[in-house]
Write a protein that binds this ligand. Structure first.
Ligand SMILES: NC(=O)C1=CN([C@@H]2O[C@H](COP(=O)(O)OP(=O)(O)OC[C@H]3O[C@@H](n4cnc5c(N)ncnc54)[C@H](OP(=O)(O)O)[C@@H]3O)[C@@H](O)[C@H]2O)C=CC1
Ligand SMILES: O=C(O)[C@@H]1CCC=N1
Length: 275
């Protein structure tokens, strides 16, 4: 199947589906080719009203209509959701199965959905909603180039894509980029609180933090310099930034990030065992 706009069914209409589908429609993917299912109606009504995609409370109904099924439920629900799809969806082996769930290995999906499925695991992140996502991808060896190209194009539409060599690497990418927006928001919120503590109102503090984060990210993207050198450009000798940076280094920011990423990788590995 080489059709550029295959019919695609998202199982679960949560944060990630809303981000990805929102980004796909904004980047020109036809809403008419997108189906979304969810048990409760509220999120479906919102996504249908805002984006014009088809919706249903019945997973099997949307999965039966689609060439591509995207599994977008929480890892702990995956076994049950897959068991029901296996029972109720015809010709699962003819469809491309994509999962965005953290942790769970392709070998596990084979147990859940049948040994003959072909599957791509994608690890996206929520900035997909604004077209600035970072998605990692890994495929099993039954997936052909047209499947890979279709999914790459779909996720390129909501940001950047990076194919990794195996599922262990996907766990690491997930711990850095999948979880990463949370780390940046945590850091941004802490800078906002620091400005508020010194007398700024929350809105002004937020404005300066978010614009600074945007500017720094844009510079990192457009500069050939190492990130460390970009940091040095701001850090005038004997100036104020040096004093601020000294504080971050005193708390060993490298260790904080290393520990955070290791803990998130470990949890991905645990979820692979648990679910
Ligand atoms: N959030 C993120 O930043 C990222 C998440 N992921 C992965 O994406 C997946 C979804 O996460 P996220 O969107 O954050 O989670 P959410 O909880 O926001 O969304 C999950 C959705 O699944 C729905 N759901 C529950 N039971 C079923 C069912 N039986 N059939 C169909 N849908 C069901 C829930 O509906 P209801 O609320 O009505 O119960 C909810 O809308 C997870 O596996 C996660 O690992 C991957 C990368 C980043
Ligand atoms: O926290 C989680 O498990 C998911 C995966 C990456 C971001 N959210």
């Amino acid at each position: 199947m080489t059709t550029q706009h295959r019919t695609i069914a998202f199982i679960g209409a949560g944060n990630m589906t809303q981000s990805i589908v929102g980004g796909m429609v904004a980047s020109g993917y036809p809403a008419d080719a997108i189906f979304v299912s969810n048990p409760s109606p509220g999120k479906l009504e919102k996504i249908a009203a805002e984006l014009g995609v088809h919706t249903s409370q019945d997973n099997a109904e949307v999965a039966n209509k689609a060439d591509v099924i995207v599994l977008a439920v929480k890892p702990q629900l995956m076994a049950d959701v897959c068991a029901a799809l296996r029972e109720q969806v015809a010709h699962l082996a003819d469809k491309l199965i994509v999962t965005i769930a953290a942790g769970i290995r392709i070998s596990k999906y084979r147990q859940y959905l049948g040994d003959d499925i072909r599957m791509i695991r994608v690890m996206p992140n929520t900035p997909s909603l604004v077209g600035k996502g970072m998605s990692g991808l890994v495929a099993d060896d039954r997936v052909d180039d047209s499947d890979k190209s279709f999914i790459t194009t779909a996720f390129d539409g909501v940001g950047a894509t990076l194919w990794v060599s195996d599922e262990d690497e996907l766990d690491i990418l997930g711990a850095v980029a999948g979880s990463g927006p949370a780390y940046f928001f945590e850091f941004m919120a802490s800078l906002q609180k620091a400005a508020v503590a010194l007398g700024f109102d929350r809105d002004k503090a937020r404005q300066m933090v978010q614009q600074t984060a945007l500017g720094a990210a844009e510079m990192a993207i457009h500069s050939e310099l190492e990130l460390e050198d970009l940091r040095k450009q701001v850090t005038s000798k004997g100036g104020s930034t040096a004093k601020g940076i000294e504080q971050y280094q005193a708390y060993d920011i490298d260790k904080i990030s290393a520990d955070a990423v290791k803990a998130a990788v470990k949890r991905n590995q645990e979820m692979a065992e648990l679910f």
